[in-house]
Design a protein around this ligand. Structure first.
Ligand SMILES: NC(=O)c1ccc[n+]([C@@H]2O[C@H](COP(=O)([O-])OP(=O)(O)OC[C@H]3O[C@@H](n4cnc5c(N)ncnc54)[C@H](OP(=O)(O)O)[C@@H]3O)[C@@H](O)[C@H]2O)c1
Length: 377
């Protein structure tokens, strides 16, 4: 009996530890009205994106749900209008797997929406499912599509500055290794998919870094955000049916709810005072240092050039576009330099002896500002 009680106590203690360190997310704590502001959230019909869009709508923003399925997108817009009491939540079609769809979305958006204050690249896939493409579908949806969309929407972001771009990445970026000779090779089998997912999330971190450099001084800042381990359809939707009843309850117990996962993207989109940290990676509403591969500035610039080519935006050095060759977008490109800017990436930070910026002081100041005065419901 005593052994049983001890075992139960240990199990409970272990769960409490897991819960407070992994499952429970710190609230973003950002307050303030977003009335008069416009936000785009990609992949907002489910999971983290839907909860992110809900919080933006609750704060009064006009929120555009950029989703690939009209049916799921319209249904989510309806839910979010009901739940937030904000009628300014609309659906617009965007399939990030298709460069033509990204361009069509941008044309429709720029033609109908006068503002863009917050762009959240949330949509993502972890597997190709049954699709067999001649290109790397994970890189296309998770990085190249968002890269192109950012370029096309930049005129609005710049004219509404201060404005923000948030790229929802993942801690999986730590396992990423970009092979520039094979960036766009098709992905076959689950092992390659896991690798391609990590690579695409590393691309997210490098993209935010390079974008921050390219946009320095423009008033547009950008951040990579890790939502934490979240109980969503991202991986579960690819499980065989017979495994779901076993794994879903476990996922519910040990993974964060999507609302918890939305906190760090929201923090990056809304928190005042983090502008000097533009280009950085955030997790649990804190800036975090990343491994060397994710702060490799020459690699970030090389990825930028390769991505331009893969997105049909102009000559790059590494890969050929495999689909939908597009004319050069001189308007978007003219606003971003292709040469390396000389200024340091993060201004106002001293460097620690190891050569890394000493973020501790600035982070402390921001944490004081971020003290939650309002808990998310
Ligand atoms: N869940 C986690 O533990 C975790 C951890 C780290 C990072 N993340 C990141 O968080 C983000 C959101 O994931 P989630 O967990 O909320 O997963 P999710 O529930 O599966 O949501 C993914 C969203 O992306 C959309 N999407 C997929 N392919 C698309 C395409 N081609 N064009 C436009 N939209 C597309 C999906 O739309 P459909 O419903 O039409 O498929 C869905 O709305 C992803 O970027 C993911 O990498 C998640």
């Amino acid at each position: 009996m005593e052994a049983l009680l001890l075992g139960a106590g240990l199990l409970l203690g272990a769960y409490v530890l897991v819960y407070y360190n992994l499952v429970k997310a710190p609230p973003c704590g950002c307050i303030g009205s977003l009335r008069g502001r416009t936000a785009v959230v990609t992949g907002a019909n489910s999971g983290i994106g839907k909860m992110t869009a809900l919080e933006l709508a609750r704060r009064g923003a006009r929120v555009v749900l950029a989703c690939r399925s009209r049916e799921r997108g319209e249904a989510a817009a309806f839910d979010l209008r009901q739940e937030s009491g904000n009628n300014e939540v609309i659906f617009m079609a965007l399939d990030l797997a298709s460069l033509a769809s990204v361009r069509a979305f941008a044309t429709a958006f720029l033609g109908s929406e006068p503002r863009l204050d917050i762009l959240i690249h949330n949509a993502g896939i972890s597997s190709c499912g049954r699709r067999k493409e001649t290109f790397n579908l994970l890189l296309r949806v998770n990085h190249i599509g968002p890269f192109l969309l950012t370029h096309l929407l930049l005129p609005h972001l710049k004219s509404c500055a201060p404005s923000r771009v948030v790229v929802v990445s993942s801690a999986a970026h730590q396992r990423g290794r970009l092979d520039f000779t094979r960036l766009n090779r098709p992905v076959v089998g689950w092992r390659q998919e896991l690798r391609a997912y990590a690579d695409s999330k590393l691309a997210n971190v490098l993209f935010a870094r390079e974008l921050a450099t390219q946009l320095e001084g423009s008033g547009v800042t950008c951040y990579a955000a890790h939502p934490g381990p979240v109980n969503s359809e991202l991986f579960l939707r690819h499980l065989p049916g017979w495994l779901r009843p076993m794994l879903c309850p476990l996922a519910w117990l040990v993974l964060r709810a999507p609302q918890g996962g939305a906190q760090t993207p929201l923090y990056c989109a809304l928190q005042e005072g983090i502008e000097p940290l533009s280009g950085r990676y955030f997790a649990n509403c804190h800036v975090e240092e990343v491994p060397p591969a994710a702060r490799d500035d020459p690699a970030a610039h090389r990825l930028w050039e390769a991505s331009k080519k893969l997105a049909g935006l102009g000559p790059g050095k590494d890969e050929d576009p495999d689909e939908e060759p597009q004319p050069e977008d001189s308007g978007a490109l003219s606003s971003l330099s292709t040469s390396r800017p000389k200024k340091p990436r993060v201004s106002g930070l001293s460097h620690a002896p190891g050569g890394l910026p000493d973020l501790s002081k600035l982070t402390q100041q921001i944490q004081v500002k971020a003290e939650p005065t309002h808990q998310l419901s």
